[in-house]
Design a protein. Structure first.
Length: 176
């Protein structure tokens, strides 16, 4: 009798356990993909570079996520120099109504095309940034960001480009 009762409770209780697991596992994370316009001080010479950015964020938990980012900035004086960066790293964000401020730490590769295409070299880089996404509806986000990079191995003690980027992203949502 005791064995039958235990069996019935075990079988009947599995549907309750299944219902709890479904609601907590219904969402793996949030993804957004965006593009931006960047204005930069390249850390080389006294000029300002301008260009484009592309980024993708995947938020894993309530305040933690990962980001991948690309920048292409070009000299504005016709000397054919540019900087191109590929970065990935972690970010900490906080959702406050429509605003989501964040900080990030990145690692990647920077490619520098010297003036008049004298040479084109790649360097390891580390970057930190601060910014905010502003939510416009369920799918659209506006972004403002400042990023400071440190390129190691660059002659004369390194290269430290600074970027200001304004962007727009599409936020993919899953039904809850």
């Amino acid at each position: 009798m005791t064995g039958r009762l235990a069996f019935v409770l075990l079988i009947g209780g599995t549907s309750i356990l299944h219902a709890q697991a479904t609601t907590t596992a219904s969402r793996a994370g949030d993804l957004q993909i965006g593009v931006g316009y960047s204005i930069a001080k390249p850390g080389y010479g006294q000029q300002t570079y301008r260009g484009v950015a592309a980024y993708a964020d995947f938020n894993l938990r309530t305040h933690l996520g990962v980001e991948a980012e690309f920048h292409q900035i070009d000299s504005q004086n016709g000397d054919q120099s540019y900087q191109r960066t590929y970065e990935a790293g972690g970010r900490y964000f906080y959702d406050y109504r429509s605003l989501a401020p964040y900080i990030k730490a990145m690692f990647g590769i920077g490619n520098f095309n010297y003036p008049f295409s004298q040479t084109n070299l790649a360097y390891t880089l580390f970057a930190g940034g601060i910014g905010a996404d502003y939510k416009i509806g369920p799918h659209l986000r506006l972004r403002g960001e400042y990023e400071l990079q440190r390129w190691s191995g660059f002659s004369n003690g390194g290269l430290t480009p600074q970027f200001v980027t304004f962007g727009v992203a599409y936020h993919f949502t899953e039904p809850r």
